[in-house]
Design a binder for this molecule. Structure first.
Ligand code: IDP
Ligand code: MG
Length: 153
């Protein structure tokens, strides 16, 4: 089953929007299998954003992501990565459609509320940065058969 690593970034936490973010993914039908409220360290930020090291926005991005507590979550489902990315909206809030998280709650790329993995491989890599295997919960959800055709037996 595909997994995606989602962060509610410090602006989302400070603005009291954790619940709104979680609701979007819950209502979409993805299944929560791990969650932590935590302070991001510089070293974890560097590991998470390794692909952006050296870019002009990188120092500001790290300062932003370590500026206050975050919520880290792992959500599971068929096509979880693509589903979460289109629930989140485009990287630039000015290009995010209304109804997406960034399209409803954000104005600027440097304060865009949430992170979502960009591929199944990133989902696995990023999950391992925040969670050990025993911190992820495999569980049966009573609604699974109404959300996934392949759970119908
Ligand atoms: P994504 O979060 O939609 O996957 P990425 O291109 O992976 O977007 O960039 C990671 C994060 O870095 C963005 O979500 C945003 O917070 C920040 N970022 C990206 N490009 C810029 C920029 O040009 N200025 C300021 N921040 C940026
Ligand atoms: Mg990205």
């Amino acid at each position: 089953m595909e997994r995606t690593l989602i962060l509610v970034k410090p602006d989302g936490v400070q603005r009291g929007l954790i619940g709104d973010v979680i609701s979007r993914f819950e209502r979409r039908g993805l299944k929560l299998i791990g969650m932590k409220f935590m302070q991001m360290s510089s070293s974890r930020a560097a590991e998470h954003y390794a692909e952006h090291i050296g870019k002009p926005f990188y120092p500001g991005l790290v300062a932003y992501i370590i500026s206050g507590p975050i919520v880290a979550m792992v959500w599971e489902g068929n096509d979880a990565v693509a589903i979460a990315r289109n629930t989140i909206g485009a990287t630039k809030p000015a290009e995010s459609a209304p109804g997406t998280i960034r399209g409803d709650f954000a104005l600027e790329i440097g304060r865009n509320m949430v992170h979502g993995s960009d591929s199944p491989e990133s989902g696995e890599r990023e999950t391992a940065i925040y969670f050990s295997a025993d911190e992820l919960v495999s569980w049966d959800r009573i609604t699974d058969t109404w959300i996934s055709e392949d759970k119908w037996e």
